[in-house]
Ligand binder design. Structure first.
Ligand code: CTP
Length: 398
């Protein structure tokens, strides 16, 4: 399955921190995402983890800081810099960050970085006091001003046993930063895309809700794909079990009404609204304050209609809806194009194999304003997202 990292040439720089062990997981996940990974380790890094470990994961030679007269690196280091689609330093120590801020080139990693023109991601990992030091802060600010993507650090338990800022970000967050860095000048740069995701939850009482089977995967994939093409993304999401994607504005909501409020407040800037969320059409008219106790009789709950967000959202932006149908797919979806004034609808038959709730793949049919129908093959949700975004891009007026 293709993604933002497929066939991308990643140079992974590893510097001396106990968080080096996490860089092995990052290398592994980059490989699984289809990237080619060349590792460059500082001398300090080799004291924590062996080059063999990275070589075993990446199936490629590992460049180290130690002087090796037989190394081909001396002739290849400029080539490595030129081939790279992105360079990632994870973990990046205080010392390495200071060298990068100064533009020093006294080892294979810093030499490669100075010789490269591709995006650079720096993921700091250090003790909290070292991170807070004015020199470190100034150096990170210098790098950021230069366009370097600073990934983290996160907050949590540090190797010192203290809790604070300084942890290397977890692998999924690092992957998000790397994808973003590769695509930040992509074909959607300068556009704001508002995406909704997940199934809303309408409270019956403090413990019970009306909801649906939406996993949020389609909306999250769309948000990530738009980010990976350079868009500014606002993801308005009902509760899901998915981790929050990096480098976008994520607004967590629960009910249809909250989703409508959140979307409304971001519409002014929107170039596109993509409603992938499964929004409840009805909510309990009154949510009970206290837990409803079981009685001998049956219980009826009165339901009120929610706001139809797509119908109510007014403005000059591309409008994309979804239609999850279990029968008469094209016919039902076509009706929604008109009733919701859509530029595009993504119809998916939730009963088809490999499609629908919780799946990582989807087989959808795209129907535009003129009711022209394009049936897509079974694709990963990320690939489906890119096909949708290709259409959205064509709908932008400039
Ligand atoms: N939608 C919305 N607001 C709602 C309900 C749905 O904006 N209150 C959006 C969905 O996010 C989706 C599109 O409208 O993009 C179609 O949703 P769907 O549930 O298929 O259509 P409904 O209009 O609710 O019609 P029905 O449930 O009868 O099929």
């Amino acid at each position: 399955m293709a993604g933002a990292l497929t066939d991308k040439h990643v140079v992974l720089g590893v510097t001396g921190s106990i968080a080096c062990y996490k860089a092995l997981d990052l290398a592994s996940k980059l490989m699984q995402a289809g990237a080619l990974v060349d590792t460059i380790m500082s001398y300090g890094a080799t004291q924590f983890v062996t080059p063999l470990a990275f070589r075993s994961i990446t199936h490629r030679a590992v460049v180290t800081d130690s002087f090796d007269p037989d190394s081909e690196y001396s002739v290849e280091h400029v080539a490595l810099a030129q081939q790279a689609d992105v360079i990632v330093v994870a973990p990046a120590t205080v010392h390495c960050i200071a060298k990068l801020a100064l533009g020093l080139a006294d080892d294979p990693l810093t030499t490669t970085i100075v010789a490269a023109k591709c995006p650079l991601v720096v993921a700091p990992a250090m003790d909290g006091n070292m991170y807070d030091h004015p020199a470190t802060q100034a150096n990170l600010a210098t790098l950021q001003k230069r366009g370097v993507v600073i990934a983290g650090p996160g907050t949590g338990r540090l190797a010192s046993g203290l809790t604070g800022v300084g942890r290397l970000l977890e692998t999924p967050e690092l992957l998000g930063h790397i994808s973003y860095a590769i695509g930040k000048n992509g074909d959607l740069a300068g556009k704001t895309v508002v995406v909704s995701a997940g199934g809303t939850m309408e409270p019956i009482d403090p413990v019970r809700v009306i909801t649906n089977h939406s996993s949020g995967k389609m909306g999250y994939a769309l948000a990530e794909a738009a980010r990976d093409r350079g868009a500014d993304v606002v993801l308005v999401t009902a509760p899901t079990s998915l981790p929050e994607p990096a480098l976008m504005k994520v607004v967590q909501v629960r009910t249809a009404e909250q989703m409508w409020q959140a979307i409304q407040s971001h519409l002014k800037k929107a170039d596109a609204l993509i409603m992938a969320a499964a929004v409840a059409d009805y909510r309990p008219t009154e949510a009970a304050d206290q837990k409803i106790k079981k009685a001998d009789d049956d219980l009826s709950i009165s339901l009120a209609k929610t706001t139809d967000i797509l119908k109510s959202a007014k403005g000059d932006f591309v409008r994309v809806g979804f239609a999850a149908e279990s029968q008469n797919l094209v016919e039902n979806a076509k009706a929604k194009v008109g009733s919701k004034q859509l530029d595009l609808i993504v119809a998916n038959d939730i009963t088809a194999e490999g499609s629908g709730f919780g799946s990582d793949t989807n087989k959808v049919t795209l129907i535009d304003r003129e009711l022209a129908v394009e049936e897509l093959p079974l694709l990963s949700k990320y690939d489906v997202s890119n096909r949708i975004l290709d259409r959205v891009k064509r709908l932008f007026r400039d």
